[in-house]
Design a protein around this ligand. Sequence first.
Ligand code: NAD
Ligand code: MG
Length: 387
Amino acid sequence: MPAATKNVAVFGSTGSIGTNALDVIAASNGRLRVAALSAHGRLPRLSEQACQFKPRWVVATDEKPARHFDWADLPPSTELVFGADALARVAAADDVDVVLAAIVGSAGLRSTWAALDAGKTVALANKETLVMAGDLMTRLARERGATILPVDSEHSAIFQSLKAGQHDEVRRIVLTASGGPFRERSLDQLKQVTVDDALLHPTWEMGPKITVDSATMMNKALEIIESRWLFDLSVEQISVAIHPQSVVHSFVEFVDGSVIAQLGPPDMKLPIQYALEYPHRQPGIADRLDWSQRWRLEFEPADIDRCPALALGYECARAGGTTGAVVNAANEASVQAFLEGELHFTEIVPACRSVLEAHNFESEPTLEQLEKLDRWARGEVTRWACA
Ligand code: NAD
Ligand code: MG
């Protein structure tokens, strides 16, 4: 049976995931259609995308500059809407089948929530949403019959590998990590890391925030927490292995000892396509492995004692409650401060730990409490950076 056309709302369409997603959609032979586009900045790019894809809606979330921008090129059939609240309305609209959550950071929380609340399928790149509020989000998805499909490459790999067995047959999952650009540097060398150094990733091309997260290993910490919620596993079942080539995107070990992995070149188009076309596989435009070449894959255990970010990730995954939201916000604010030259690279993870320890833990917070803590944690980082 041919797959039905799906209408996709691409939130964060001007970013690294968003533009890859539009390439995937453009090459889908009409199986995927753009229902909505959204961006915060890069408005000329957003306007060009709208000309090409002719969506029903364009959402410009940063209202003030967007109201001064010349939108004359928008197709006549496209409705222009402003502000973050508009995302929630579009996410819930009848003509949207799938929401690709590709906004960076906690700014993506409310639109993901609205999509799940409306019972939609969410192709989730925005891992921060599950880190902040995984318990509430997954509960809401169950209540509303919504589906969360992972876009993060490791989680897509685990999701695909899990199909080889039953949930109670899983011994553990292993998230692979490239180790980032500074894997072999000493602490003294890390103190010299500049913004330009941190923005050069050895295997993946991504937006600035996640590139810095990969360099500090906070990305893997966030992914441990993301896994805990996506796959309903105990924290003891989640391991991390360093794999510098980023070809084995992650693997599942079953109770009989079989290990099932998913492989591919480091190209986000593949996990994006898998989530958007799910449950079908279609010919695609992602890079392919070249089996005529000789290549080597290396793995080493991640040393949690030497990696304070991973230790933080495990701690938050175990404790749950408010910890994920606090560490996520502290990390977002610290990365921002680092990019603006106000914090050293080596201060990012200690800032997160310090804010986590200063917060009042709640085991069953509401979404509003988590948003309040998000603002508080950002303020704490500012104080920390100035101290
Ligand atoms: P990016 O910085 O390239 O793009 C971010 C997008 O979000 C842009 O369209 C921007 O306009 C929009 N945005 C920024 N601030 C916003 C705000 N306040 N309100 C609304 N929209 C806002 O980021 P990216 O690398 O594409 O990452 C997007 C998400 O996907 C992140 O959560 C990241 O962790 C996750 N992810 C990315 C990759 C990757 O390869 N880039 C891989 C796995 C997961
Ligand atoms: Mg990842």
